[in-house]
Design a protein around this ligand. Structure first.
Ligand code: AMP
Length: 460
């Protein structure tokens, strides 16, 4: 924590913004506020140690508080007399931080806990999509292991290797979504639901979709919305889209095949976005904040149709790292217009650059990475001032000017260019300077391959 942090910042007219989040997404959001002419200082709770390192403005990280400690966060917002709180973490949203801040009269950006159920309760989300005719996978809901097993047995009797997903209704840090391909796996996945506490009390078994997955992100003020550039979160652990699904080992924006001006996305606005916002209004929980849809473009009767795999009531991570830096507006103007339900009065501009983000993780991620904790991360100081790249911190700890591994995803290196080939060049150049003591760094070398290939094909 920088001891020089000025406790009197709230006295002057420049804004103090508090961001509730951690990881690379928190870093990218804090950078958007840092670039705002209206912001003087930023507080990130709980953040990570890299967020406050080498910044242009004062950035205070309060890592003693977690995203779960709602009352403590409110006390901190009052103590530092913050002008705006941006709640970007799903757990704080689920626990009603936005509602509580509103009750306290504190200016807050993010959806209420009721609107955030689109993310925090997968059963609610699927039933909502069903009710408002939003295209999504077929699903069934269970609250008993026996009934789920009976159901799975029935399916596998006729189709012994059908792919399905078993999903806990509640948030469980990515551990509640399990793909199954046979009855043996179904038994293990269904049993796992009972080990997930309240999150697994109810669960879904749903059809596994095939196709191209990407993310569509909007900012909505309840009624009006603005569509950001599309992004692709590359979730597989290993190159060639192999290995287990992680929370994301890289991202690209825009996605060439699904540009936001494409017909496919225009259709998506009608079949998904408008119905979602109107549906939420109809049930009395209008959505204000960032809403991201994880979409599958699936073949159906010879044409590609979008289906919603999941809704997130905040920016995706690492999608935020490749979308937010392309927003040309002052971010506070956009956020404040959203809070004031005046998004229709703001024209949001994005640049024409392509961005790629590469995630460096501890060896072992997404499994146990405890053996890497405390190992030195080398090279961050060498690339932090490189104007070609942005370095976003995630599970990083800092002590005596050295950086240490402190979890799964460690750092995100983002770069931009006129196209994906140029963007990749800079990002991978920077990543090649990073190592983790004991050869413990893992990263994919093929992030953005699909878009690079599209460009190369056009050049032939
Ligand atoms: P979720 O937490 O629901 O987003 O699931 C995590 C990841 O699992 C998604 O990003 C997809 O890659 C995959 N996934 C989840 N549900 C489905 C589905 N019904 N069909 C295909 N892939 C899915």
């Amino acid at each position: 924590m920088p001891l020089s942090f000025n406790m009197h910042i709230n006295q002057n007219r420049d804004m103090t913004v508090m961001v509730i989040d951690k990881g690379g997404r928190a870093h990218a959001i804090s950078q958007a506020y840092e670039n705002s002419a209206r912001v003087n200082s930023i507080i990130v709770v709980p953040g990570n140690d890299l967020i406050s390192y080498h910044r242009k403005k004062e950035v205070l990280v309060l890592s003693d508080t977690t995203e779960r400690k709602i009352s403590q966060i409110i006390e901190l917002a009052k103590k530092y007399k913050v002008d705006l709180v941006d709640v970007a973490h799903s757990t704080s949203l689920e626990l009603g931080l936005v509602n509580r801040l509103q009750q306290e009269g504190i200016n807050v950006f993010g959806p209420t806990m009721e609107a955030a159920r689109l993310e925090s309760d997968k059963v609610f989300a699927r039933k909502f999509m069903d009710r408002f005719d939003i295209p999504a996978p077929k699903f069934d809901v269970f609250d008993s292991e026996e009934k789920a097993l009976e159901y799975a047995k029935g399916i596998y009797r006729y189709d012994s290797d059908k792919s399905l997903y078993v999903k806990a209704a509640g948030l469980c840090a990515g551990k509640g979504v399990i793909k199954i391909d046979n009855f043996e796996q179904a038994k293990v996945a269904i049993k796992k639901m009972s080990t997930l506490g309240n999150a697994g009390n109810k669960f879904l078994i749903e059809e596994a979709l095939e196709g191209e997955e990407f993310t569509v992100t909007i900012i909505a003020d309840g009624t009006n919305y603005h569509l950001f550039k599309t992004a692709r979160n590359e979730k597989h652990l290993r190159n060639y889209d192999r290995g287990p699904i992680t929370r994301g080992l890289g991202a690209v924006s825009p996605v060439l095949d699904w540009d936001k001006n494409s017909m496919f996305i225009k259709d998506f606005e009608e079949s998904v976005i408008k119905k979602t916002l109107l549906g939420l209004q109809e049930i009395g929980t209008p959505f204000s904040g960032i809403l991201s849809f994880v979409v599958m473009a699936s073949q159906e009767h010879g044409s590609l149709v979008p289906k919603v795999i999941e809704c997130n009531a905040r920016w995706g991570d690492p999608e935020a790292q490749v979308i937010i830096p392309g927003i040309k507006n002052d971010y506070v103007d956009v956020v404040q217009a959203c809070i004031n339900q005046k998004l229709d009065r703001v024209k949001i501009d994005e640049d024409n650059l392509t961005r790629v983000c590469i995630v460096g993780s501890s060896r072992g991620y997404p499994g146990d990475t405890s053996q890497v904790n405390g190992k030195i991360i080398f090279g961050i100081q060498e690339i932090i001032d490189n104007p070609e790249v942005h370095v976003f911190g995630a599970d990083v700890a800092m002590s005596n000017d050295h950086f240490y591994a402190h979890g799964g995803r460690l750092i995100h290196i983002m770069s931009q260019g006129k196209d994906i080939v140029e963007a990749k060049n800079n990002a991978y150049g920077a990543m090649s300077r990073i190592t983790v003591e004991g050869n413990n760094l893992h990263y994919r070398i093929d992030i953005g391959w699909k878009d690079a290939e599209i460009i190369r094909m056009k050049q032939i």
